[in-house]
Unconditional design. Structure first.
Length: 277
């Protein structure tokens, strides 16, 4: 009896529950995925009562991580619609390997491709969509362009930070200014984090919209009109490059959707539900 109790506790701890019909129950599982700069910490969240489901890969923004409120709300809302999610920390962020100062948008795209490859091998997953906030939105859009419309079912970009190219050309990051033509080896930004020169140099020549436009499946952009970090005009441009693009502007909302985080997450989940049902 004691051994049975121990076994049951182990099963509940990892969330591997199966009902009497053999259908997988809802679970949230922390996993590790090989990325461009080492291991990536990730969370796989799957829906209740389904043995096959669509999956959305969720990407965080610059200096953030997979535990942000917006991303967690989105994962929970997707689960309610029977959609799995896989959110992860990019290299140099959160619990993933690597140094922040070695992070660039191109190597984040490589991370995203590694996560896509992992998700595509999961037998229960019937299709894959991408979602991203801020810089994660740029990465999601470019990754979709690289992978192509046949491999990516739909995308959602939350305040996509395509301004990062212009910022790098101007030599600005947050309230910091630097020589854009000869950036220093590292730039102190916030909380002891250092941005590497490779980030600046690659960002200056980043073909964001050119690459993103290679994807022409369903696309959704959500952006606050009060966003002072990334003006909503960058989402307007995304809308223009997608034949099947939809834009939701939220009056007065900021970059983090802090006035109504749950509402923003729900809008994205509703979009995926319409596309993936």
């Amino acid at each position: 009896m004691k051994s049975m109790k121990i076994l049951l506790s182990m099963v509940l701890a990892v969330g591997l529950m199966v009902n009497v019909n053999g259908i997988t129950q809802a679970k949230s599982q922390d996993i590790s995925i090989d990325g461009d700069h080492g291991k990536l910490a990730a969370t796989l969240q799957t829906p209740d009562g389904k043995d096959e489901y669509p999956l959305v890969i969720i990407m965080h923004g610059f200096t953030a991580n997979k535990e942000g409120e917006l991303l967690k709300y989105l994962a929970d809302d997707l689960e309610k619609y029977g959609i799995a999610s896989l959110r992860f920390d990019f290299n140099g962020h959160g619990q993933s390997a690597g140094r922040f100062q070695d992070m660039t948008v191109p190597n984040e795209i490589e991370d995203a491709k590694c996560v896509y490859a992992y998700a595509s091998r999961l037998p229960e997953v019937k299709n894959i969509s991408l979602a991203g906030h801020s810089q994660g939105g740029v990465v999601a859009s470019m990754t979709a362009g690289i992978l192509g419309t046949e491999k990516v079912k739909s995308i959602a970009l939350m305040a996509p930070a395509a301004v990062l190219r212009e910022d790098a050309i101007r030599g600005t990051i947050f309230d910091k200014h630097y020589d854009a033509e000869n950036p220093p080896a590292t730039i102190d930004i916030m909380g002891g984090l250092k941005l590497g020169a490779a980030y600046v140099k690659t960002a200056q020549n980043l073909p964001i919209y050119e690459t993103a436009s290679q994807y022409q499946g369903p696309a959704f952009m959500i952006h606050g009109t009060g966003d002072t970090v990334v003006p909503y005009t960058y989402s307007l441009r995304y809308q223009r490059i997608y034949f099947n693009g939809e834009l939701k502007l939220v009056p007065g909302e900021d970059h983090m959707f802090s006035h109504d985080t749950k509402g923003a997450a729900q809008a994205v989940a509703d979009y995926f539900h319409r596309q993936l049902k």
